[in-house]
Write a protein that binds this ligand. Structure first.
Ligand code: AMP
Ligand code: ZN
Length: 112
């Protein structure tokens, strides 16, 4: 499958890893929008939020259970924002479910 994040999971494309276990991978965004900008992805191909269902939601549950630890490991000490873009209007550019963790500075109030 021609998915850049599946290739990162397979080790075919390098990434700057922050956290990894059997279900999920967290790595630094290549084009950071904040001093800390980490992406957290499931190790199965779910195209977006729209693809979450009863069979795969355990991966999403696990991501949210690990986000506090990942944020801490990435150096965030004063709060962070978790964002996922789903579909065209949200400007989702990579069609593999991912959660952005943004922090390391005071973030703008405007969300869109
Ligand atoms: P989105 O616009 O929500 O789909 O976010 C996709 C994110 O993936 C963007 O912030 C990109 O900078 C990031 N990205 C794309 N390719 C890579 C890569 N090879 N390594 C790390 N981050 C990437
Ligand atoms: Zn994928």
């Amino acid at each position: 499958m021609d998915c850049i994040f599946c290739k990162i999971i397979a080790g075919e494309i390098p990434s700057s890893k922050v956290y990894e276990d059997e279900k999920i991978l967290a790595f630094n965004d290549i084009n950071p929008m904040a001093p800390v900008h980490v992406l957290v992805i499931p190790k199965i191909h779910i195209p977006s939020c729209d693809g979450i269902n009863e069979e795969n939601s355990c991966f999403v549950k696990h991501i949210f259970e690990k986000i506090p630890e990942i944020a801490k490991t990435a150096g965030i000490t004063n709060g962070y924002r978790v964002i996922t873009n789903c579909g065209e209007d949200a400007k989702q550019s990579v069609k593999h479910l991912h959660f952005h963790i943004l922090g390391g500075r005071s973030l703008p109030e405007n969300m869109g």
